[in-house]
Design a protein around this ligand. Structure first.
Ligand code: PA5
Length: 440
């Protein structure tokens, strides 16, 4: 049977030898932490499925969804949109359209509000904390736009996805009696794609969101139900590999995706890996790359730059039966006769994997049976679990992100938030340093 599998044949190379597994010490930890790792067991899946089933016709009655959210609240939805609802980026699209506002770019937001038809638009505000400045600023801009445009029915055009009991957004949902779904406790943004955060936009787009969930559960639940199986789990093997590689000075991990439609899983994975693991001077730098595109961009550096790289090489069998090359090719292209575009993709996928291995880049081949939502669910769960376990092995907390809080505080001080005086002083220590300009 064609199934998802990891190929380790070229994983232990580049001078890094496989070390004995440290799993036994972590089985008890896993057992104890299952309740605070909801992404792994997805204990909310059944209830959430019933809730989304109820909301689905309502969500799909709109032509546009404007999603306000950033970080983990945006990257998962975007990955699903690009992978499974690609029509929006192709000619002849008649909707549905998902617009993801994960920045504070003034012209983009102005244009959205000028051109989106409020009557046909649902605004979904996603924030676990309900206090993220970018998302809340967007919400405070969009709320009066909706209220003015649709004085009677604006509430029907707002949907909140946030903490079940606390935060500004939850208060707003309660105050206005808005439709909402919770982000479960202990489910941080970058681990939340398989909650309402990813599944509500997916349902709007008509994506097989149940397939995604089922794929994820097939990887996560066995581990949550039987923590003693940790040493055999592929996520553990990936973590062990990543840990050994980082100890050996391999400081970069390439997420090289040869399923072109899955290319936005690269940024999703990179946020997951970077924000979870970059702590206390530890961690490895994730690099997103898409095959075959980045063969003509990044690959030279991967092959012949510093020998500090490792690679998660993601592929699935290419569709070799459609889109054949036309007949009567010029003589120098005759060897393409009888081949399809899928054959070209397949050949280049194999050739790049072989070249990386022959250049001694440690490669774990994440071989997927197909590019379906079910397979994507499996891959996402594998990466989330591997990230957590890598954090444990590195001796850091993979759930928090303390360093980025500093920048948030300084930005709030800059904007004049009361009580930010000491942060304002820290900022002044930077701005008081005279600039050293060089015009160009
Ligand atoms: O992964 C994370 O926890 C973060 O990147 C968050 O997703 C991001 O900061 C947005 O947070 P929130 O969902 O609270 O608005």
């Amino acid at each position: 049977m064609n199934t998802a599998k990891l190929d380790w044949a070229h994983a232990w190379t580049g001078g890094v030898a496989e070390a004995p597994s440290a799993a036994t010490a972590f089985i008890e930890r896993l057992r104890n932490e299952i309740p605070v790792l909801p992404f792994l067991s997805l204990p909310f899946a059944e209830e959430l499925t019933a809730q989304i089933e109820v909301y689905e016709p309502y969500l799909r009655s709109f032509r546009h969804m404007l999603l306000l959210g950033i970080g983990g609240s945006a990257l998962g939805p975007r990955a699903l949109q690009k992978a499974f609802a690609p029509a929006q980026d192709r000619p002849g699209c008649n909707g549905p359209w998902l617009w993801i506002a994960d920045n504070v770019q003034p012209d983009w937001l102005s244009e959205m509000l000028a051109k989106l038809p409020p009557k046909e638009t649902i605004v979904v505000v996603i924030s676990k904390s309900g206090g993220t400045i970018e998302t809340m600023a967007q919400y405070l801009l969009v709320l009066p736009w909706l209220q003015k445009s649709l004085p009677e029915e604006w509430r029907d055009h707002l949907f909140m996805i946030t903490d079940s009991s606390k935060g500004f957004l939850r208060d707003e949902a309660n105050k206005y009696a808005l439709r909402s779904l919770p982000v479960p406790d202990n489910l941080g943004g970058r681990y939340s794609v398989l909650s309402a955060v990813g599944l509500v936009p997916a349902a709007f787009l008509g994506i097989d969101w149940k397939g995604l969930l089922n794929g994820a559960m097939s990887v996560g639940r066995p581990l949550a139900q039987a923590p003693e199986t940790l040493p055999d789990h592929p996520a553990w093997h990936l973590a062990q590999w990543a840990w050994q590689m980082s100890k050996a000075g391999k400081s970069q991990v390439i997420y090289f995706c040869y399923i072109p439609s899955w290319s936005t899983f690269g940024p999703w994975f990179c946020q997951l890996w970077a924000e979870s693991l970059g702590k206390d001077g530890r961690g490895t730098m994730p690099i997103p790359a898409t095959g075959v595109t980045d063969q003509h961009s990044l690959l030279q550096m991967f092959l012949d730059g510093p020998a500090d790289k490792t690679c998660l090489f993601v592929s699935a069998p290419a569709d070799t039966s459609s889109l054949p090359m036309p007949q009567d090719l010029p003589p120098q292209w005759n060897y393409l006769n009888g081949h399809s575009f899928g054959d070209i993709l397949e050949a280049e996928t194999l050739a790049t994997r072989a070249t990386l291995a022959q250049k001694n880049v440690p490669v774990v081949h994440v071989s997927m049976p197909d590019d379906s939502p079910y397979s994507a669910g499996k891959m996402m769960m594998l990466m989330e679990a591997a990230t957590i376990f890598t954090g444990w092995l590195l001796g850091i907390n993979p759930i928090d992100q303390p360093a980025v809080e500093t920048g948030k505080k300084l930005a709030r001080a800059r904007l004049g938030m009361p009580g930010s005086e000491s942060d304002a002083q820290r900022l002044a220590a930077f701005t008081d340093t005279p600039s050293v300009f060089q015009p160009f």
